[in-house]
Design a binder for this molecule. Sequence first.
Ligand code: TYD
Length: 215
Amino acid sequence: MTGYFVTFEGPDGSGKTTALQGILEKLPVAAKRSLLVTREPGGSVVAEKIRKLILDPVNTTMTDRTEALLYAAQRSQHVTEVLKPALAADKVVFSDRFVDSSLAYQGAGRQLGIAAVKEINDFATQGLAPDLTILFCIEPAQGLARIKHERPGQEDRLEKERLAFHQRVYQAYLALAEQEPNRFVKIDASQSPAQVVQACLQVLKNRLPQLFAED
Ligand code: TYD
Protein backbone atom coordinates (compact mmCIF):
# COMPACT_ATOMS: atom_id res chain seq x y z
CA MET A 1 0.00 0.00 0.00
CA THR A 2 1.34 3.43 -0.84
CA GLY A 3 0.92 6.37 1.50
CA TYR A 4 -2.46 8.06 1.25
CA PHE A 5 -3.51 11.25 3.02
CA VAL A 6 -7.14 11.73 4.10
CA THR A 7 -8.39 14.85 5.86
CA PHE A 8 -11.67 15.38 7.68
CA GLU A 9 -13.03 18.91 7.49
CA GLY A 10 -16.15 20.78 8.46
CA PRO A 11 -17.62 23.52 10.62
CA ASP A 12 -17.65 23.41 14.41
CA GLY A 13 -20.12 20.89 15.76
CA SER A 14 -20.21 18.88 12.54
CA GLY A 15 -19.35 15.71 14.47
CA LYS A 16 -16.09 14.93 12.64
CA THR A 17 -14.19 13.89 15.70
CA THR A 18 -16.92 11.54 16.95
CA ALA A 19 -17.35 10.09 13.45
CA LEU A 20 -13.63 9.47 13.20
CA GLN A 21 -13.80 7.36 16.38
CA GLY A 22 -16.74 5.43 14.91
CA ILE A 23 -14.87 4.83 11.66
CA LEU A 24 -11.83 3.48 13.48
CA GLU A 25 -14.00 1.03 15.40
CA LYS A 26 -15.39 -0.37 12.12
CA LEU A 27 -12.11 -0.80 10.26
CA PRO A 28 -10.57 -4.26 10.04
CA VAL A 29 -7.71 -4.93 12.47
CA ALA A 30 -5.29 -5.19 9.54
CA ALA A 31 -6.16 -1.65 8.46
CA LYS A 32 -5.22 -0.23 11.84
CA ARG A 33 -1.65 -1.41 11.38
CA SER A 34 -1.22 0.71 8.28
CA LEU A 35 -3.05 3.73 9.65
CA LEU A 36 -1.94 6.87 11.46
CA VAL A 37 -4.62 9.07 13.01
CA THR A 38 -3.78 12.62 13.93
CA ARG A 39 -5.35 16.06 14.32
CA GLU A 40 -4.88 19.78 13.95
CA PRO A 41 -4.28 22.04 15.64
CA GLY A 42 -1.84 19.63 17.31
CA GLY A 43 -0.56 16.21 16.38
CA SER A 44 2.94 16.64 17.82
CA VAL A 45 4.37 17.90 21.12
CA VAL A 46 5.25 21.37 19.86
CA ALA A 47 2.04 21.65 17.84
CA GLU A 48 -0.11 20.66 20.85
CA LYS A 49 1.52 23.50 22.82
CA ILE A 50 0.63 25.93 20.04
CA ARG A 51 -2.91 24.49 20.05
CA LYS A 52 -3.37 25.42 23.73
CA LEU A 53 -2.23 28.96 22.99
CA ILE A 54 -4.59 29.37 20.04
CA LEU A 55 -7.72 27.91 21.61
CA ASP A 56 -7.45 29.35 25.14
CA PRO A 57 -10.44 31.68 25.63
CA VAL A 58 -8.28 34.01 27.80
CA ASN A 59 -6.30 35.08 24.72
CA THR A 60 -8.82 37.74 23.73
CA THR A 61 -6.16 40.10 22.34
CA MET A 62 -4.76 37.67 19.75
CA THR A 63 -4.83 39.32 16.35
CA ASP A 64 -6.25 37.52 13.34
CA ARG A 65 -2.87 37.49 11.62
CA THR A 66 -1.19 36.04 14.70
CA GLU A 67 -3.85 33.37 14.81
CA ALA A 68 -3.33 32.51 11.13
CA LEU A 69 0.44 32.32 11.60
CA LEU A 70 0.11 30.13 14.69
CA TYR A 71 -2.12 27.68 12.80
CA ALA A 72 0.46 27.64 10.00
CA ALA A 73 3.27 27.20 12.55
CA GLN A 74 1.69 24.21 14.24
CA ARG A 75 1.03 22.77 10.77
CA SER A 76 4.64 23.10 9.71
CA GLN A 77 5.69 21.13 12.79
CA HIS A 78 2.98 18.53 12.18
CA VAL A 79 3.92 18.10 8.51
CA THR A 80 7.62 17.61 9.17
CA GLU A 81 7.42 15.60 12.35
CA VAL A 82 4.36 13.43 11.73
CA LEU A 83 2.68 13.57 8.33
CA LYS A 84 5.59 13.33 5.92
CA PRO A 85 7.37 10.50 7.78
CA ALA A 86 4.14 8.49 7.99
CA LEU A 87 3.35 8.94 4.29
CA ALA A 88 6.95 8.10 3.40
CA ALA A 89 6.48 4.88 5.37
CA ASP A 90 3.44 4.10 3.17
CA LYS A 91 0.88 4.69 5.90
CA VAL A 92 -2.67 5.80 5.35
CA VAL A 93 -2.98 9.03 7.35
CA PHE A 94 -6.27 10.39 8.72
CA SER A 95 -6.05 13.96 9.93
CA ASP A 96 -8.88 15.68 11.77
CA ARG A 97 -8.48 19.09 10.00
CA PHE A 98 -5.63 20.43 7.82
CA VAL A 99 -5.01 23.39 5.47
CA ASP A 100 -8.63 23.76 4.36
CA SER A 101 -9.51 24.70 7.96
CA SER A 102 -7.15 27.66 7.73
CA LEU A 103 -8.50 28.71 4.33
CA ALA A 104 -12.07 28.56 5.66
CA TYR A 105 -11.59 29.90 9.22
CA GLN A 106 -8.78 32.43 8.81
CA GLY A 107 -9.21 33.19 5.10
CA ALA A 108 -13.00 33.54 5.08
CA GLY A 109 -14.09 33.55 8.75
CA ARG A 110 -11.50 36.13 9.83
CA GLN A 111 -11.61 37.71 6.36
CA LEU A 112 -7.83 37.66 5.88
CA GLY A 113 -8.38 36.43 2.31
CA ILE A 114 -8.02 32.89 1.01
CA ALA A 115 -4.99 33.79 -1.17
CA ALA A 116 -2.99 35.32 1.71
CA VAL A 117 -3.71 32.40 4.00
CA LYS A 118 -2.87 29.93 1.25
CA GLU A 119 0.50 31.60 0.80
CA ILE A 120 1.61 31.20 4.42
CA ASN A 121 0.32 27.65 4.38
CA ASP A 122 2.23 26.76 1.23
CA PHE A 123 5.32 27.79 3.15
CA ALA A 124 4.26 25.66 6.14
CA THR A 125 3.30 22.50 4.25
CA GLN A 126 6.04 22.52 1.63
CA GLY A 127 3.48 21.36 -0.89
CA LEU A 128 1.91 18.51 1.05
CA ALA A 129 -1.77 18.21 0.07
CA PRO A 130 -4.46 15.65 0.93
CA ASP A 131 -5.40 12.91 -1.55
CA LEU A 132 -8.96 12.90 -0.21
CA THR A 133 -10.93 15.35 1.93
CA ILE A 134 -14.20 14.31 3.53
CA LEU A 135 -16.25 17.45 4.13
CA PHE A 136 -18.89 17.25 6.86
CA CYS A 137 -21.76 19.41 5.70
CA ILE A 138 -24.09 20.91 8.28
CA GLU A 139 -25.66 24.34 8.66
CA PRO A 140 -23.54 26.28 11.18
CA ALA A 141 -26.53 27.11 13.39
CA GLN A 142 -27.22 23.39 13.78
CA GLY A 143 -23.55 22.61 14.50
CA LEU A 144 -23.26 25.34 17.12
CA ALA A 145 -26.48 24.20 18.78
CA ARG A 146 -24.96 20.70 19.11
CA ILE A 147 -21.89 22.13 20.86
CA LYS A 148 -24.01 24.18 23.26
CA HIS A 149 -26.05 21.09 24.07
CA GLU A 150 -23.09 18.72 24.51
CA ARG A 151 -20.61 21.06 26.24
CA PRO A 152 -22.63 23.90 27.75
CA GLY A 153 -20.49 26.91 28.73
CA GLN A 154 -17.27 25.31 27.47
CA GLU A 155 -16.85 26.77 24.00
CA ASP A 156 -13.26 27.47 22.91
CA ARG A 157 -12.10 30.81 21.47
CA LEU A 158 -13.11 29.93 17.90
CA GLU A 159 -16.45 28.39 18.84
CA LYS A 160 -17.38 31.60 20.67
CA GLU A 161 -17.41 33.52 17.38
CA ARG A 162 -20.68 34.90 16.04
CA LEU A 163 -22.94 32.96 13.71
CA ALA A 164 -21.94 35.20 10.76
CA PHE A 165 -18.32 34.07 11.21
CA HIS A 166 -19.32 30.41 11.10
CA GLN A 167 -21.51 31.03 8.06
CA ARG A 168 -18.54 32.51 6.19
CA VAL A 169 -16.49 29.46 7.20
CA TYR A 170 -19.12 27.06 5.90
CA GLN A 171 -19.62 28.89 2.61
CA ALA A 172 -15.85 28.88 2.06
CA TYR A 173 -15.71 25.13 2.61
CA LEU A 174 -18.46 24.61 0.03
CA ALA A 175 -16.61 26.84 -2.45
CA LEU A 176 -13.35 24.91 -1.91
CA ALA A 177 -15.21 21.66 -2.56
CA GLU A 178 -16.59 23.09 -5.82
CA GLN A 179 -13.08 24.05 -6.92
CA GLU A 180 -11.60 20.61 -6.29
CA PRO A 181 -14.37 18.08 -6.87
CA ASN A 182 -11.94 15.19 -7.21
CA ARG A 183 -10.34 15.72 -3.85
CA PHE A 184 -13.45 16.65 -1.84
CA VAL A 185 -16.31 14.32 -1.02
CA LYS A 186 -19.21 15.95 0.84
CA ILE A 187 -21.24 14.01 3.35
CA ASP A 188 -24.47 15.05 5.06
CA ALA A 189 -23.43 15.57 8.70
CA SER A 190 -26.96 16.38 9.87
CA GLN A 191 -27.79 12.65 9.77
CA SER A 192 -27.53 10.43 12.85
CA PRO A 193 -23.97 9.64 14.04
CA ALA A 194 -24.31 6.04 12.81
CA GLN A 195 -25.40 7.19 9.35
CA VAL A 196 -22.51 9.65 9.17
CA VAL A 197 -20.05 6.86 10.02
CA GLN A 198 -21.61 4.64 7.32
CA ALA A 199 -21.36 7.44 4.74
CA CYS A 200 -17.67 7.95 5.56
CA LEU A 201 -16.95 4.22 5.40
CA GLN A 202 -18.57 4.08 1.97
CA VAL A 203 -16.36 6.91 0.70
CA LEU A 204 -13.26 5.24 2.13
CA LYS A 205 -14.22 1.87 0.60
CA ASN A 206 -14.50 3.49 -2.82
CA ARG A 207 -11.22 5.35 -2.60
CA LEU A 208 -9.15 2.96 -0.53
CA PRO A 209 -10.48 -0.57 -0.99
CA GLN A 210 -7.18 -2.01 0.22
CA LEU A 211 -7.88 -0.60 3.68
CA PHE A 212 -10.82 -2.99 4.00
CA ALA A 213 -8.98 -6.16 2.99
CA GLU A 214 -9.08 -8.66 5.88
CA ASP A 215 -5.92 -10.68 6.34
P1 TYD B 1 -11.15 21.49 18.01
O1 TYD B 1 -11.45 21.47 19.47
O2 TYD B 1 -10.12 20.56 17.49
O3 TYD B 1 -12.50 21.40 17.23
P2 TYD B 1 -13.06 20.44 16.14
O4 TYD B 1 -13.43 19.18 16.88
O5 TYD B 1 -14.23 21.20 15.62
O6 TYD B 1 -11.99 20.21 15.08
O7 TYD B 1 -10.77 23.01 17.69
C1 TYD B 1 -10.26 23.37 16.52
C2 TYD B 1 -10.73 24.78 16.24
O8 TYD B 1 -9.71 25.44 15.52
C3 TYD B 1 -11.97 24.80 15.41
O9 TYD B 1 -12.82 25.84 15.83
C4 TYD B 1 -11.45 25.13 14.03
C5 TYD B 1 -10.25 25.94 14.31
N1 TYD B 1 -9.19 25.90 13.28
C6 TYD B 1 -8.89 27.06 12.55
O10 TYD B 1 -9.53 28.10 12.76
N2 TYD B 1 -7.91 27.01 11.63
C7 TYD B 1 -7.16 25.89 11.40
O11 TYD B 1 -6.24 25.90 10.55
C8 TYD B 1 -7.47 24.71 12.16
C9 TYD B 1 -6.67 23.46 11.96
C10 TYD B 1 -8.49 24.77 13.08
